[in-house]
Each structure stands twice: as structure tokens, then as C-alpha cells.
Design a protein around this ligand. Sequence first.
Ligand code: 13P
Ligand code: SF4
Length: 305
Amino acid sequence: MLNKLQKEILEIKEEKNAIILSHNYQPGEIQEIADFIGDSLELCIKASQIKDKDLVVFCGVDFMAETAFILNPDKKIVIPDAGAECPMAHMLPAEKIKNAKEVYPDAAVVLYVNTLAEAKAEADVLCTSANALKVVESLDEDTILFGPDYNLAWYVSQHTNKEIIPIPENGHCYVHKMFNPADILFLKQKYPDAEVLVHPECDPEVQEAGDHVLSTGGMLKTIHGSSSETFIIGTEIDMTTRIKSENPDKNVIPAFEEAICENMKLHTLEKIKNSLLKEEFIVKVPEDVAAKALNAVERMLEISS
Ligand code: 13P
Ligand code: SF4
């Protein structure tokens, strides 16, 4: 049952011919009013298909809204809280990529979608946690500059014969750094029949303690296709909100309840209403940067299709 504010938002959304996109890490009350909820790749694909809407309200972090703009430069993309930045995306400035290219001129540059537009413009192709291995394997080059997430780079390096060079050397997500293997092992003993699903942004030892290493969208698909009753989830806490709402009969246990992405949580229902009414805060990328970044985004979408 929607509350008054949620109903108001849906009314304004209709009047404005708007669409609300939400990442899986948004709180339940935002997931409930979103037109589409997904992981980074699913949100990119959805953003590439928006044709008939005048306004896109992006409930996610900066790099996601920027990617939506890159794919739709003639649409109005707004983010309810302009401060919703992904700290990891800020760990790899374009300058660092240019320097690495000089050191490894024959390497391909594969960047996680968690990067700013200026960095994306320096990439040969982007990837998300859902398709990183597929993207790397699709390339002719045997040496890959990969950033900014060191742990995702480690995950890919375990499944390919190519040389993966992480840039920077210590790029990370502070939320996924909160998980530790001892917590997972404790929960595995407590729930011996549970399947353990962890995100590739987690440290290598945590990935090794899991049964599956998956993007958030991959987690949902795996749970839908599994006959297990209990799942231990190693990613941001509101992923369990999404899983529970779609799988009310399953036992869904967070691997660490305090794994909260404060940046994602800056959006609120009040701010979404404001965002729709005032059509703010606008997300834009300079034309030349957007055009270069678009090549890398489109190449990823081609590989993923
Ligand atoms: P996915 O939802 O693509 O798995 O990514 C998680 C994440 O941290 C996005 O910032
Ligand atoms: Fe960035 Fe980590 Fe938050 Fe994802 S969970 S938006 S990678 S800080």
C-alpha cells in the first residue's frame, strides 16, 4: 500500500511524462515507486531504450546518471540529490588512465562503469560486474588496463589467461570492504543449507568464501532459478529488500547488516518530489566528452547483447 507522498510522486510523474529509474540499493520506499529497478548494466540498457519520456529521474549515484545522459543527450536527466556520488568512481581521474596508456601502449583499456564521464572517454570499452569477464574475453588484446575496482579486477584475473593490470592499484568500494570471510563462515555454519551470494567488489577472501560471485542483477536471477530456501547475501543492505520483495517465501540473510551505501541513501521521497516538480538537479556531460564516452558505452552494450 503506497503512502500519500508516494501517491503524489506518481501523479506528478504522470503529469511530467517522467520515468523513475532506481538502482537495487535504493530503500524499499523508493523501489516501490520506481518504473524500473536494476543493476548497473540493466539500468544502462533501460536508459538506452527511453524514447517517449520527457524527464528521467535517476535514483542512483553520479556515474549512473551521467551514463544515462551519455545515452540520451537530448533528454532531461535529473538526480534527486546532487551530492549522490560514488567515491570509487572518483578514484580514477582521466589523467591516471592517460599515464597508464603511455606505460602500456598495447593494452586495451576496460573501465568499470563506476567511473566519471572524463574517464569513460579514455576507455576502449566499459563493463559492469555483470559482464566484466565477457567484455575482457571479447577483446583481441592480451594485456588489459582495468579499473578502478581492484577486487573486480582480481575476480576477472582468476577467470582469464589475459594479463589484468589494475588502475589505480587500490581502487575500492568502502561498502563492499566491510564484508569479511569470518562473518560468512559463521553464517554458513549457522545455515548449512544456504547458498552464499557475494558481489565481486568484495575482497578476494570474501569472494572465495561465497558459492557465487555475482552482480546484484545476477543475484536476483540466481535466486529465481534456485530451489534453495536460504540465501546469504554479501552486498549493500537494500539488495536484500529487493530480493525479499520478489521472494517473500525465501529466507534472505544479509552477510553484514551495516553494509550501507550512504551515497545511494541521499535520495529520499521528498527529494524525488522536488526533483520532479523543479526538474532538478540536472545531470549533463560536455558534448566532446559524452561523444567519446558513448563509443565505450555502446561497445559494452553490443558485447552484452
Ligand atoms: P551492480 O548493481 O551493477 O552489481 O553494481 C553494484 C554497485 O556497487 C553499483 O554501484
Ligand atoms: Fe559506489 Fe560502493 Fe556505493 Fe556502489 S556501493 S555506489 S561502488 S560506494
